[in-house]
Design a protein around this ligand. Structure first.
Ligand code: ADP
Length: 262
C-alpha cells in the first residue's frame, strides 16, 4: 500500500466484522477497481452531454480514496458507477477482475448487495426505526451480515442501539449509517460527502473512523467531497472537473484524520 502509516488508536473502538477478509498490508497492493475509458453520456436533444468522459483510474484494495471536484464535475456519476447504481455508456469497469459493464441488472443487484456499502451526507436512516433496527435491515439484502449490535459497537454506539434517529446527534446518526453499511461487510465503502452535515469536530471523528476502516481493516473507502482539505488524509486523490479526470495522485504520507482542519 502506498506508504501506509501504522494505525493509531482511536477513541472509537473498531471491531473486526470479518477477520478473514483482512489482508496483510505487507502483501503487494491488489488492484480492486479499474476504469478503462469509461464514459457516461446523456442525450440532450441533438447533442450528447458527457457527465464523465474517458475516465481511467485504478484503485487498490484497502486504499482510502478521496474524489475531489466542484459541483457538477462528475463526482456522483463516478461514485454511482463504482457502486453499480448506474451503468456506463461505454468503456469497462473492472471489479476484482470482473467487468461490471457486462453485468445484467440482476448481476448488478447482487454485486451491490455483496460488495458495496454506501454512506450518505444526510445519513438516510429510517426515522421510525431504532439504530439497531436500521442496521438490522441489511439482513434483508444480504444473508451473512454482521450482528447489528456488533456493527454498532464497532462505531462506538453499542449504548445507543435502542434510540431513534431523532434522539441521536448528527454524528451519532452518521456513525449509525456507517454501522449499517459495515454490517454488510462490504469490500467497497462509498461515502458521499459523509461529513457535509456535521460540525468540524464530529466530522473529524467520522473521517477517523473511515480512515481506520481502510488502515486497520483493509477496506477500500472511496469518499466524494468538495472539501480539498480532505486530500491530505487520502492514499489516493482523484480530481474531477467538467466530466474529466484531471489527476490521480498517490500520497505516500497521508495525514491522520485527527490532524486535518477545515
Ligand atoms: P457532482 O457530483 O460533481 O456535483 P454529477 O456527477 O452529479 O456532479 O453531475 C455531473 C454532470 O452530469 C452535471 O452537469 C449534471 O447536471 C449531469 N447529470 C447528472 N445526472 C444526469 C442525468 N440523469 N441527466 C442529465 N444530466 C445529468
Amino acid at each position: 500500500m502506498f506508504g501506509k502509516k501504522k494505525p493509531e488508536k482511536t477513541n472509537l473502538e473498531i471491531i473486526d466484522l470479518n477477520e478473514d477478509s483482512a489482508l496483510s498490508s505487507d502483501k503487494d497492493p491488489k488492484v480492486l477497481i479499474e476504469f478503462k475509458d469509461v464514459c457516461k453520456k446523456y442525450s440532450q436533444g441533438e447533442h450528447d452531454f458527457y457527465a464523465l468522459k474517458d475516465a481511467n483510474l485504478t484503485i487498490n484494495e484497502g486504499e482510502m480514496v478521496v474524489i475531489l471536484g466542484p459541483s457538477g464535475a462528475g463526482k456522483s456519476t463516478l461514485l454511482n458507477l463504482l457502486g453499480g447504481m448506474d451503468s456506463a455508456s461505454s468503456g469497462h469497469i473492472m471489479f476484482d477482475g470482473e467487468d461490471l459493464t457486462t453485468y445484467s441488472d440482476n448481476q448488478l443487484t447482487k454485486y451491490r448487495a455483496q460488495n458495496v456499502g454506501v454512506v450518505f451526507q444526510f445519513y438516510n436512516l429510517i426515522p421510525t426505526l431504532t439504530a439497531y433496527e436500521n442496521v438490522a435491515l441489511m439482513k434483508d439484502i444480504k444473508d451473512d451480515t454482521a450482528d447489528p449490535l456488533e456493527a454498532l459497537a464497532s462505531v462506538g454506539l453499542a449504548d445507543h442501539a435502542h434510540q431513534f434517529p431523532s434522539q441521536m446527534s448528527g454524528g451519532e446518526q452518521q456513525r449509525t449509517s456507517i454501522a449499517r453499511a459495515l454490517a454488510k461487510n462490504p469490500r467497497l465503502l462509498l461515502c458521499d460527502e459523509p461529513t457535509g452535515a456535521l460540525d468540524t469536530d464530529t466530522g473529524k471523528e467520522v473521517l477517523k473512523l473511515l480512515q481506520d476502516m481502510s488502515r486497520e481493516k483493509n477496506r477500500t473507502v472511496v469518499m466524494v467531497t468538495h472539501n480539498s482539505f480532505f486530500a491530505d488524509i487520502a492514499d489516493t486523490v482523484i480530481r474531477v472537473k467538467n466530466g474529466g479526470i484531471q489527476s490521480v495522485v498517490h500520497n505516500d504520507t497521508p495525514k491522520d484524520a485527527s490532524e486535518v482542519s477545515w
